[in-house]
Design a protein around this ligand. Structure first.
Ligand SMILES: Nc1nc2c(c(=O)[nH]1)N[C@H]1C(S)=C(S)[C@@H](COP(=O)(O)O)O[C@H]1N2
Ligand SMILES: [Mo]
Length: 225
């Protein structure tokens, strides 16, 4: 007997919307933070893979010994803190592995980082409700801005080590930010100051024609206006 008429279990046949929504759920679409992408979808549009790790900056590489290093966290936070090296290293330590996507089109897979997850820093300084963005300032005078939601991403980490070694000076040591889901210009090297703001303001590249957010998957390379 042909059994191509299934028992009526009250479930209507999948509509297109249902199938689409199921795929979204499987892919984690619209979730902020860590998204599992199939390996074939790992390289964002317009990017090419490199094996080395290029150095890109404004050309001034500040030398900041850990004995003189400080990280100032202020603005719209309940507990403004200036961390010295010991205080920073006393925060909970995390390890992550992530890919780098530079707006100049190179990407580098599988970088192993160690440092302080931004959510642990946020726990320590306790941002006020009005805080929606952060401005990062570095020892070379560089600035870059991030929405608080991007800064707080589960993958975002303020690192002092790469591949088990202290982060080299040329790559932003003693401490840099790594926000892997955005183009790498958002990942400030030689991090000196984090200021919490009530509105998103443009940093260095953002004032110079680059996108305010910089999502490589959406190819947000340049300012839209
Ligand atoms: N302080 C500081 N951070 C910076 C920059 C900079 O000039 N100064 N350049 C940004 C840019 S454009 C990129 S692509 C990455 C490069 O990091 P890397 O040299 O470790 O590859 O750092 C970002 N962070
Ligand atoms: Mo860059």
């Amino acid at each position: 007997m042909a059994n191509d008429t299934p028992l009526d279990d009250g479930q209507p046949e999948d509509s297109k919307l249902t199938r689409t929504k199921r795929q979204w759920a499987e892919q984690g679409k619209f979730l902020t933070g860590r998204i599992t992408r199939p390996e074939t979808d790992r390289l964002p549009p317009g990017q090419h893979l490199v094996k080395n790790w290029p150095v890109l900056d404004l050309g001034q590489q500040p030398r900041v010994p850990t004995t003189q290093w400080k990280l100032d966290v202020r603005g719209l936070v309940n507990n403004p803190i200036t961390f010295d090296w010991a205080a920073f290293n006393a925060l909970p330590q995390s390890e992550t592995r992530s890919d780098i996507h530079c707006v100049t089109t190179w990407s580098r897979y599988d970088n192993n980082w160690k440092g302080v997850a931004t959510h642990d820093l946020l726990d320590a300084v306790d941002p006020k409700d009005e805080a929606v963005a952060v401005m990062l300032t570095s020892y070379d005078g560089y600035t870059t801005n991030l929405l608080l939601a991007d800064f707080a991403s589960p993958d975002a980490i303020i690192v002092h080590s790469w591949e088990g070694q202290p982060l080299t000076e040329e790559h932003g040591g003693p401490v840099r930010l790594v926000v892997p889901h955005l183009y790498f210009w958002k990942s400030a090297k030689w991090l000196q100051r984090i200021e919490f703001l009530s509105r998103d303001q443009a940093g260095f590249w953002e004032k110079n024609g680059y996108h305010m957010r910089g999502d490589p998957w959406a190819e947000q390379r340049y300012d839209e206006d």
